[in-house]
Design a protein around this ligand. Structure first.
Ligand code: ATP
Ligand code: MG
Length: 369
């Protein structure tokens, strides 16, 4: 069968178009075998025998359909359109011409199809159809179909570059990963854990969540770092109220180090503004002390309920809420709501920051999921 894939948004990106288009095609190829690929304006067409529902998980696709392809000749189009009317009672018509040399305007073509429909006792109804026939006319061909499947939208993974996500295994960072992928980022994951060793993480919900996210991004890299080096070195050194911000500063700066080494363009987090009392702009700012890479926080402005709804929709919610020994439950939650950069600086003087980074790096392991 023939499949037509639309990618409206990336179609708008001028000179980068070929690059975007090829990334999308490569990402589709990872999901589905196809041949006879054709590129037409803002769409690609190919033949496949596989289940195309899997395209619902590919970023960059606005919608897709199984289509009939005919030459862009009026009589051929009318024939096909008629064959798709089936048992419609109120028929909608959506015609779109990118070939302006086509002898009829969209309205004229619709009128002709309307006559055929009327002769069969089918009413044309643009506002409340029970079936719609879509016709897209390009330079050579016309594509005709009656079912349109919605895609995920967004941009093909990879076109925005690589991002390293600070991943806790909670609801927020899992969703943040999805949203960054949606904007074309290839997302890898950095996780600090409080388990006995890196291998134990491999049997935890962390891996289950990543396996769910693999639906959207085929290859995932996970950087695993034990939390104990940090924990032992800072124990009792900080005022309780600063613990959270100090830990955030450590993981952001550790992330930045890896990011710079491995050419990630930014660091992602699941941070939200005001979700808990400690998530203030002051605290986000203080936690970002000496972080110069962009910090990407796709959930910053979401309400908790919006986050939960979306996490359920993408399939990570149930795993994210499972009990897990995460570092943050060890850290005091009595965070001040307005930690000053100056306090972070002063606290850093009480510890050997470089040494903690060095030891943590020694124990870091990278796993391909
Ligand atoms: P999440 O649901 O992602 O855990 P949250 O709303 O519970 O987020 P926190 O747990 O306070 O908020 O963490 C804020 C962000 O810090 C997380 O979204 C994540 O990006 C990062 N983070 C927290 N803990 C870790 C960890 N153990 N390893 C890596 N990143 C972490
Ligand atoms: Mg959390």
């Amino acid at each position: 069968m023939k499949v037509l894939v639309h990618y409206n948004e990336i179609g708008l990106k001028g000179r980068n178009r070929a690059y975007f288009e090829n990334s999308l095609i490569n990402n589709i190829r990872k999901k589905i075998k196809f041949n006879n690929l054709k590129k037409e304006e803002k769409r690609v067409i190919f033949d496949t025998n596989e289940d195309i529902n899997i395209l619902k998980d590919v970023f960059g696709i606005s919608h897709f359909s199984i289509v009939e392809e005919v030459e862009n000749k009026v009589d051929k189009i009318l024939d096909k359109a008629e064959s798709l009317m089936g048992d419609a009672k109120r028929l909608g018509l959506k015609t779109n011409r990118s070939d302006k040399k086509f002898p009829l305007t969209s309205i004229e073509l619709n009128t002709k199809i309307g006559e055929i429909a009327n002769n069969k006792g089918i009413k044309i109804d643009f506002s409340n159809p029970d079936k719609t026939v879509y016709i897209e006319i390009t330079n050579k061909n016309a594509y005709i179909y009656s079912e349109k499947i919605k895609g995920l939208g967004g941009l093909p993974i990879g076109v925005s570059g690589k991002v390293l996500l600070l991943f806790s295994g909670g609801i927020d960072s899992a969703l943040a990963a999805f949203l960054l992928m949606k904007r074309g980022c290839k997302v890898d994951f950095l996780h600090f854990h409080a388990l006995r060793n890196n291998n134990e993480v491999m049997d935890s919900k962390i891996i289950n969540i990543l396996n769910i996210l693999k639906k959207y991004q085929e290859e995932i890299k996970l950087y695993l770092v034990p939390y104990h080096n940090y924990q032992l070195s800072v124990m009792e050194k900080f005022d309780d109220k600063l613990d959270v911000v100090m830990f955030r500063n450590f993981i952001l700066r550790f992330g930045q180090l890896i990011a710079k080494k491995k050419k990630y363009k930014g660091i992602g987090t699941g941070d939200n503004l005001g979700q808990v009392a400690s998530q203030t702009l002051d605290n986000l700012n203080a936690a970002g002390y000496r972080v110069t890479l962009p910090i990407l926080r796709p959930l910053l402005t979401f309400d908790k309920q919006e986050i939960i709804d979306l996490a359920k929709k993408i399939g990570t919610y149930e795993e994210s809420i499972k009990i897990y020994k995460d570092c943050c439950s060890i850290i005091s939650k009595k965070a001040s709501t307005s930690v000053k950069i100056k306090s972070v600086e002063e606290n850093l003087e009480k510890i050997d920051f470089d040494k903690i980074i060095e030891k943590s790096l020694e124990e870091m392991e990278i796993r391909k999921i």
